[in-house]
Write a protein that binds this ligand. Structure first.
Ligand code: GMT
Length: 388
């Protein structure tokens, strides 16, 4: 198949998943065309089946807000036509699903039908999408997609609750590539961070408010009082300054390291003993899954899709959002006892294996095939006829 993938190229779950889907499909022999404004962060420089089409910035003195949507739609039309794509797969509804609809309609005027699959990731529904600024367009473009997938059961339910959806939503879970995310021996590195054998707690995110990174620090403060430990904060984002100030206030700057954005997250997970993700909302929690694949148990909130990933009492513990005391107690329970830690590590890995890329990628492939066989022919006659 020839597939066009549209996504955000920056650090963040949806772009990472989109890139990994594309790379995985390319390895399985499909031709994959990424269409976005910058090379996605996880897109390696060269693969024979992978192509990257940059959407040029639409700059003109008149535009206070350069019309990215229009430039993207034009690029999609161009790539579908000249690379002869079979299907467009857009990740994150805003604005990608709406722009794909426009591209599809333009192509129809030339008698070309290209089906669109939209993958919903989370904030495109739960936070940003349901806001009235975007809601009508989000609902419309989901309904106009030929296929819609969501990354968890929770997200599928939320989408149906918030919008009037006539389409089926297929749940295809996020996944993990065990060739990359696995526990490797990095003991020399661990000694640098924790020279006296301290436990290492880790958090990875984009430091947005929804991630509640301040709770991570509060949990760490409580753990530190009972268990010698260090905290690694990986990523960057709008809350960074406030978080640094909080570390100063509680006097723990020397035990907490802000590592910024890291490409080789798996190497830091390999030396971690516990992962903390206390988000106010999380449609899936890919960062938690990456930790579990590296045999790191997880302390998380119990919202969104997190209970589908982290199993309470087995792979870690779940608590109500903001209940930092309980999260800290559970963290201490795991970290204080080597035997318990080993058991949780083993369970985390076993649960992560359910999300092995080798099992999930064929689901996307099968879904594309289903869409190509059904939606295309059902809609094509109707829509081609109405446009020409
Ligand atoms: O976590 C973010 O805010 C980034 C966001 C994204 O779309 O880039 O992540 C969402 O998609 C990820 C991949 O499907 C999920 O693992 C995250 O749980 C989800 N984030 C939220 O729902 C807050």
């Amino acid at each position: 198949m020839k597939i066009g993938i549209v996504c955000y190229p920056t650090y963040g779950g949806s772009g990472v998943v989109a890139t990994e889907v594309g790379l995985g499909l390319a390895r399985r022999g499909h031709q994959v065309h990424f269409i976005t404004y910058k090379r996605p962060v996880r897109l390696s420089p060269f693969h024979e089946n992978v192509f990257f089409h940059e959407v040029a910035e639409a700059d003109y003195p008149l535009f206070e807000y350069p019309p990215y949507d229009t430039a993207l739609a034009s690029k999609m039309v161009d790539v579908v036509k000249y690379e002869n794509l079979d299907l467009l797969h857009v990740h994150y509804a805003i604005p990608h699903a709406a722009v794909a609809y426009m591209a599809k309609k333009i192509l129809l005027t030339e008698g070309r039908y290209v089906p669109v699959v939209t993958t919903l990731h989370g904030t495109d529904i739960t936070l940003v999408g349901k806001h009235r600024t975007f809601a009508p367009v989000v609902a419309f473009s989901i309904n106009k997609s030929d296929g819609v997938t969501a990354v968890s059961e929770y997200l599928s339910k939320q989408t149906k609750e918030h919008f009037k959806i006539n389409n089926e939503i297929e749940v295809i879970y996020n996944f993990i590539d065990f060739d990359r995310f696995k526990k490797v021996d990095k003991d020399h590195f661990k000694k640098l961070i924790a020279p006296d054998g301290e436990r290492i707690l880790t958090h990875v995110s984009n430091f947005r408010k929804v991630k509640r990174v301040e709770d991570v620090i509060q949990i760490f403060k409580r753990v530190y009082e009972e268990v010698p430990s260090k905290l690694l904060l990986i990523g960057d984002g709008p809350e960074r300054q406030n978080l640094e100030e909080l570390c100063r206030e509680i006097g723990l700057c020397h035990e907490i390291r802000f590592l910024g954005k890291q490409d080789a997250v798996e190497e830091l997970l390999a030396i971690s003993d516990l992962f903390i993700i206390p988000s106010a909302n999380e449609s899936f929690g890919l960062a938690a899954l990456e930790a579990m694949a590296c045999e790191v148990p997880v302390i998380s909130s119990n919202v969104g899709g997190l209970p589908e990933v982290n199993i309470h009492g087995e792979t870690g513990y779940l608590s109500d959002v903001g209940n930092v005391d309980e999260m800290a107690e559970n963290a201490i329970r795991i970290l204080k006892d080597d035997e318990i830690l080993q058991r949780f590590r083993k369970n985390a890995l076993a649960q992560a294996k359910r999300f092995d890329i080798k099992n999930i990628l064929p689901k996307y492939e099968a879904y594309y095939e289903h869409i190509l066989k059904t939606a295309v022919y059902a809609n094509r006659e109707k829509e081609v006829g109405s446009e020409i």
